[in-house]
Design a protein around this ligand. Structure first.
Ligand code: UTP
Length: 287
């Protein structure tokens, strides 16, 4: 079955980015000139996704406004002849078919995804965590969709991490190396403090199947008292195949200050309009 829908869990408190996230969701923080959510939605569009499902919390208004039509701004840009900008603004509101679902209690990522159940029904779908921004030639969601098409099983995105960083991620155990980037997975541990089962960490892109949703219904709260997606995947991996794909691309954790800074510098370096200015800014700092 074709992957047509993507779920964007954007209900988290974003405490690591306070006070920026006091009144807006973390996903509205900007990287250069676009909020994180727009990068994530563009990745989905470029991966063939047709319907976006945002799982929102208390601060969803800014997100809704961003993907909505702003009549006053449109008129103003038209009047002042800023037609290119006007076209850009139109493109954003026409870009997507968005459905908003409210997560009533912040019970974790797994619970957020379960909130989409009535909309995804029994279709497989993509999950995109917008605070993981990935620079890649082929969008990572498209990379996962292609792997899913081969196996028709859940597929998670994987990245190698240093053992001392394992506590920040869900770490997988590899049952079988199918090829140099594709793995059949066994157990998974959320944020292990010691003895990680491998150096492969789950990053915020997934293809989720209905059986993972069934497992989520029955998962009890795990690490941090939250319903963990990793626990549901681990459960499914006990009796069925779950795969991991070592995507190609460079990932930035924009849910942390250092990660957002790293992303900003890298995106500026990759942007012809900003590259020279970045060089002189860094030179002036005299590092
Ligand atoms: P994080 O673990 O990054 O949590 O969530 P957070 O609340 O966003 O940020 P910190 O840790 O307080 O700084 C991973 C993803 O799951 C979503 C978040 O919005 C983020 O995209 N999430 C998390 C929900 O949608 N609901 C939840 O109950 C928890």
């Amino acid at each position: 079955m074709k992957i047509r829908k993507a779920v964007f869990p954007v209900a988290g408190f974003g405490t690591r980015m306070l006070p920026a996230t006091k009144a807006i969701p973390k996903e509205m923080i900007t990287l250069i000139d676009k909020p994180l959510i727009q990068y994530a939605v563009e990745e989905a569009v470029n991966s063939g996704i047709e319907q976006m499902i945002f799982i929102t919390g208390r601060t969803k208004k800014a997100l809704e406004d961003h993907f909505d039509i702003n009549v006053e701004l449109g008129l103003e840009l038209e009047k002042s002849g800023k037609l290119e900008l006007l076209e850009d603004m139109r493109r954003i509101s026409e870009m997507v078919d968005v459905t908003y679902v409210r997560q009533k209690k912040m019970l974790g990522l797994g619970n957020a995804i379960l909130c989409a159940r009535d909309i995804v029904r029994d279709e497989p779908f993509a999950v995109i965590l917008p605070d993981d921004i990935i620079l890649s030639e082929k969008p990572v969601t498209a990379q996962l969709i292609d792997e899913y098409a081969k196996v028709k099983k859940p597929v998670v995105s994987l990245m190698r991490v240093k053992p001392e960083d394992s506590y920040k991620y869900g770490i997988v155990e590899v049952k079988e190396t199918v090829d140099d980037r594709f793995y059949r997975l066994g157990s998974m541990v959320e944020k292990p403090r010691e003895n990680p089962p491998s150096d492969l960490a789950i990053i915020g892109r997934y293809i989720i199947t209905p059986e993972v949703m069934d497992a989520l219904e029955n998962v009890t709260p795990g690490a941090g008292g939250e319903i963990q997606l990793t626990d549901a995947l681990k459960h499914v991996a006990k009796y069925n195949d779950v795969y991991g794909y070592g995507f190609t691309g460079k990932r930035f954790d924009c849910g942390t200050k250092a990660g957002l800074l790293e992303a900003t510098v890298n995106f500026a370096a990759a942007n012809p309009e900003l590259r020279e200015e970045l060089k002189s800014i860094v030179a002036d700092l005299g590092f």
